[in-house]
Write a protein that binds this ligand. Structure first.
Ligand SMILES: *[C@@H]1O[C@H](CO)[C@@H](O)[C@H](O)[C@H]1NC(C)=O
Ligand SMILES: *[C@@H]1O[C@H](CO)[C@@H](O)[C@H](O)[C@H]1NC(C)=O
Ligand SMILES: *[C@@H]1O[C@H](CO)[C@@H](O)[C@H](O)[C@H]1NC(C)=O
Ligand SMILES: *[C@@H]1O[C@H](CO)[C@@H](O)[C@H](O)[C@H]1NC(C)=O
Length: 414
């Protein structure tokens, strides 16, 4: 009898261990498959594995959210988590006498946005104090809508001098943002001379419409080839029919850092950090508009990487100076106004200047309809002797809606 019992127990033990073995084998094949999938399903995400951000396994917006929430909860607890996924990241580069203009641009960003913002301000050292002082003087309720960081202008050591003198003092800084802000996934870069007439989150949302090859978004330089600059004068390759304008530029910097770009200098494709210097060396005698020309050359050879958004996201005097030629703005109004060539400050395009001054003079806290929109409409009436003045109902069309929806929010909050 005891003999049978022994045999039975041995049998049980043997079965148990065999089952254990089978399970462990199964588990390890599953693990292998996961690893294989991660490796072969494209770009993401070696870094997340290394740093233990397991959450960010899946590409796309959901993955990004998880990642950002993870970062924020480490920093500042659960309050930040709720809207961490909603932030728009806005970068600007300011040199010389651009402080007030930049502050006015940032003011337009906070006035009409309903979601939180982060500002990355790159500026010459002399301007740092001015930025802090101005932004910290805004009312607490306004300050709650954004965070900001001020950075010095920096260039790769080897060629700092050459980069600095390209075009305006430090406009080429923007090309290096993907290399400087290594931890930031995406950015909206804007020139200092733009004004948001519509919430920043609306242009930010275009990032999620990129297909898998797109990594930056800009508007065409011109709608009308007969007055286009690149197609008539450029001595270098440029994007599309009329080139692109880099004053308002969305960048998925994760992709910019990873991608290899085709070019006309080497037979192999080059990464972002490798392509800029050879490009400058090859084309420096032929470029007129500095870094915008370099971007045009890059996207000429890599057109599938660019998402082109319509002209109402980057509306310039060229769009109305000889009559209105931005069709999308005719339908939906101007979303972002770009006062290039100094028109926010001189008398050449009084309609552009009127918008700038209305936003600059508006006192925080006052009713935006009566203290911003109505005075602006009055001063635009005095500009109808110009073509742009005649198109200026397009300047206020979207602005009106932005103001209404911000005011609705604030009455609901009360
Ligand atoms: C940028 O691209 C990366 C890699 O494709 C992706 O994970 C991320 O979600 C994108 N960012 C945005 C804001 O769409
Ligand atoms: C700004 O940063 C603080 C501290 O990290 C955070 O609590 C707050 O939610 C942030 N605000 C915005 C608008 O992102
Ligand atoms: C620069 O412009 C000149 C004159 O148009 C042209 O001959 C030359 O090929 C251009 N250089 C490059 C690198 O495209
Ligand atoms: C993404 O869109 C661009 C522009 O329409 C196109 O050239 C490119 O082939 C598309 N990429 C993919 C992967 O579909």
């Amino acid at each position: 009898m005891r003999c049978y019992l022994h045999a039975f127990l041995l049998c049980m033990l043997f079965t148990f261990f065999s089952l254990l073995y089978v399970f462990s084998q199964l588990a390890s094949t599953l693990e292998d498959r996961d690893e294989w999938l991660a490796k072969h399903q494209g770009m993401p995400d070696r870094s997340s594995r290394d740093t233990g951000h397991v959450l960010r396994k899946s590409p796309g917006l959901a993955g990004l959210r998880d990642h950002e929430e993870g970062l924020d909860s480490e920093r500042s607890g659960s309050a930040a988590e709720e809207h961490a996924d909603e932030r728009s990241h806005l970068a600007v580069v300011a040199c010389g006498p651009r402080l007030e203009e930049t502050i006015t641009m940032l003011k337009s960003a906070v006035l009409f946005s309903r979601k939180p913002l982060h500002f990355y301000i790159f500026a010459e050292d002399e301007l740092h104090k001015g930025f802090r002082k101005a932004l910290e003087s805004w009312p607490r309720t306004v300050q709650n809508k954004f965070n900001f960081t001020v950075y010095p202008i920096t260039f790769p050591k080897e060629n700092a001098r050459e980069w600095k003198k390209l075009f305006k003092p430090c406009a080429s800084q923007r090309l290096f943002l993907p290399l400087i802000l290594k931890e930031v996934d995406s950015l909206l870069y804007v020139d200092t001379d733009i004004l948001f007439l519509q919430p920043v989150e609306d242009i930010w949302a275009l990032l999620s419409q990129f297909n898998s090859s797109q990594l930056a978004a800009m508007a065409p330089e011109h709608e009308e080839p007969r007055i286009g600059w690149y197609n008539r004068f450029a001595r270098h390759p440029y994007y599309g029919n009329t080139g692109i304008n880099s004053g308002v530029m969305l960048m998925n910097m994760t992709r910019l850092r990873d991608r290899f770009f085709k070019n006309d200098m080497t037979t192999v494709a080059l990464q972002w950090n490798e392509i800029l210097m050879p490009l400058l060396q090859k084309y420096k005698l032929n470029i007129t508009w500095g870094d915008q020309d370099l971007l045009n050359i890059i996207f000429h050879y890599n057109p599938e990487s660019l998402y082109v958004f319509p002209c109402q996201w980057n509306y310039r005097p060229d769009h109305c100076i000889y009559g209105s030629n931005c069709q999308q703005a005719e339908h939906e109004g101007v979303f972002i106004l770009h006062g290039n060539r100094g028109v926010f400050h001189d008398d050449k395009q009084p309609a552009f200047r009127a918008v700038y001054e209305a936003i600059q003079k508006y006192p925080f806290g006052k009713n935006m309809e009566t203290s911003l929109l109505q005075p602006l409409e009055v001063s635009l009436l005095t500009t109808t002797h110009t073509y742009c003045g005649r198109a200026s109902h397009l300047f206020t069309k979207r602005l009106k809606q932005s103001i209404m929806s911000v005011q609705q929010d604030s009455t609901q909050a009360r």
